[in-house]
Structure formats: C-alpha cells, structure tokens
Write a protein that binds this ligand. Structure first.
Ligand SMILES: Nc1ncnc2c1ncn2[C@@H]1O[C@H](COP(=O)(O)OP(=O)(O)OP(=O)(O)O)[C@@H](O)[C@H]1O
Length: 259
C-alpha cells in the first residue's frame, strides 16, 4: 500500500441482481494507485474491469466497500473517462467537443480557448478543429476523446479499451501520443486493455484480474525506463518474460471462465 495514494479502493464488491439471478462482478477489490501512476487492468472478458471503472466514475454504485479519489483542487472534476467508442458528441465540432467539459464549468473563454488549442495540437488535430465527427476517421475520433479528457484537467483518467477498435498502425501512433501527453501532465491513469503489449508499453504496473467474480490476483511492475520505444517491448528479455507471465495467467483465467 502506498502512503498517500491518489486512488484508494477498499474491499469493493459489486453484485448485479436481475429477477431471481445475481451476478457477482467484483469481489473484495483492495487497491492503491499512486499520484501520477499509469496502471493497466488486464483480465478475461467479463471479469468486471468496466464495472470497476464505472464505479470509480460514479456511473454505478458498489454493493459494498469504498473508494476515495484524493482531491488536489476543488474546481477540478474527479475524473474523465475515455471509451472505445461513443465518446464524443456528433453535433459538436472537434474543438467544441474538446472544449465541452471546460465550457460546462463556465471557465473563462480565453482559458478554454488556450487549453483546447493546446490539446488539439498535442493530438495533431489543429487543422481539423472546425470539422464534425462524421467527417473524421476512427483514429481521429479517439484523438478528440483523448484531447477532451486531458483538456478537462481531471484528478484521474479512466480509459476503457480506448484503442481496442483501431488498426495496429493507428493504435501505435495513439499510444505514443498518449504517453507523450501523460508524461507532460502526469495524470493518474487507470487503463483497461486486452492487449498485453499495450499494457507493457504503457504502464508502470499491470494488475491481473481473475475470471468472474473479478479479484486482483497479481500485479506486475513494469520498470522499463521512459520514454519507451515499442521496440523495447519486443526486444527486452525481462519484458518478454513479463509478457509470458501475463499470457500464462490469462490462459488459465480464460480457460477457467469457459466452464
Ligand atoms: N448493468 C448490468 N446488469 C447486469 N449484469 C451486468 C451489468 N453490467 C455488467 N454486468 C455483468 O458483470 C460482469 C462483469 O462485466 P464487465 O463489463 O465489467 O466485464 P469486463 O471485464 O469489462 O468485460 P469485457 O472485457 O468483455 O469488456 C459480466 O458478467 C456482466 O454480464
């Protein structure tokens, strides 16, 4: 346990009830995440990853247990969430989407403009500021979501497979851009992925979850220096052995969840 965590989760449990049935989605999740840490959650399908993020985002109530997100500034939103899709508003332009959270908080126009154009430029979308989402590719839409999340300046960022629907090349470019913005802003990030390579490339720590009901059963520290290169993930023997460790864990859990 870290002495002064940004996110602290204590014995969090979630049971969904439907008529006579109940689904135990999360069981006794206890976890600390340090300020500025990048943590990836990896686990078999249905193990409760999205449920955990939705609880932290206040979109779902836990059945028992508690969590805290340490506030550094009362005016900041607690969190911004980035999803695989359906993240942005189709009737707003790119820049209006990025500015959305700031505008809703009635921040001074000059600040909104400055922050919006800073993050648009960070994700390479300055030229597309006046376009609407329907005129953009999938990769560009995810860039808008990322720019908006960081522009909002939340206490923490929750990312639910944000690159899951992208092709490999776009995925690599966006991962690189995400790391570059993260290293500048030092946000605390909790990131769900099914890709072991992605978890190894992005995170300081990978949390491995069990099949349903989701528990955290192991953690793997990724102490590769930053800035990282994707090639490092493929060539560093220590990282290769971490890949195998995560892979064998996933195989066991996925097999277990099929019966
Ligand atoms: N609103 C809900 N009502 C009932 N059951 C739900 C609800 N949301 C999630 N569940 C169940 O809780 C379990 C965990 O779901 P969750 O979406 O959190 O898993 P996940 O690990 O994110 O899965 P995936 O990797 O496939 O996205 C699943 O069995 C799911 O069916």
């Amino acid at each position: 346990m870290s002495p002064n965590p940004k996110i602290s989760i204590h014995q969090l449990t979630k049971v969904f009830y439907k008529k006579q049935n109940s689904v135990s989605a999360l069981e006794n999740i206890t976890l600390d995440i340090k300020d500025g840490e990048f943590v990836c959650l990896v686990g078999p399908s249905g193990c409760g990853k999205t449920t955990l993020l939705r609880i932290l985002a206040g979109l779902e109530n836990q059945s028992s247990g508690e969590f805290t997100i340490k506030k550094s500034d009362q005016s900041r939103p607690n969190q911004s969430m980035v999803f695989q899709e359906r993240g942005i508003l189709p009737w707003l332009t790119v820049e209006e989407n990025v500015a959305f959270g700031l505008t809703m908080r009635h921040l001074p126009k000059s600040l909104v403009k400055e922050r919006t154009s800073h993050f648009l430029s960070k994700v390479g979308l300055t030229k597309f500021a006046k376009m609407y989402p329907k005129e953009l590719s999938g990769g560009m839409i995810q860039r808008v979501s990322i720019a908006r999340a960081f522009a909002n300046d939340p206490e923490i960022l929750l990312m639910d497979e944000p690159f899951g629907a992208l092709d490999e090349q776009n995925k690599y470019i966006l991962q690189e851009e995400l790391l570059s913005i993260w290293s500048e802003t030092k946000k605390t990030v909790l990131f769900i992925t099914h890709s072991i390579d992605e978890a190894l490339y992005l995170s300081d720590r990978v949390l491995l979850m069990s099949a349903q009901p989701g528990k955290i059963i192991n953690e793997i520290i990724i102490d590769l220096p930053r800035p990282r290169k994707l090639e490092d993930i493929r060539t560093n023997p220590e990282i290769t052995s971490k890949f195998m460790e995560i892979w064998s864990h996933l195989q066991v859990e996925v097999q277990g969840s099929r019966f």
